[in-house]
Ligand binder design. Structure first.
Ligand SMILES: [Zn+2]
Length: 81
């Protein structure tokens, strides 16, 4: 699971994306598919539904690697003041 605001029951005053700083709800799908800041960093996020629906092992492996990378980026970025 991604450490997004909508996935975490937390003390957030809003659900806006912390990565791109836009007034867009920070959902898992936004982070993986739509967030410009994340895609700028990873530059390899493919279509979210394609990755998770086609059952292709290579795609799933690729998706797992992307998710690991995004989690690292988010955790690093969100720990900075
Ligand atoms: Zn965003």
């Amino acid at each position: 699971m991604m450490p997004t605001k909508t996935n975490m029951q937390g003390n957030f005053t809003d659900k806006n994306c912390r990565m791109c700083k836009k007034p867009i709800e920070e959902t898992q799908q936004h982070i993986l598919q739509e967030c410009e800041e994340i895609s700028r960093i990873t530059n390899q996020v493919e279509n979210y539904s394609d990755i998770f629906q086609d059952g292709n092992v290579d795609s799933l492996r690729q998706a797992a690697n992307i998710i690991i990378k995004i989690r690292e980026v988010m955790e690093t970025r969100l720990q900075q003041p």
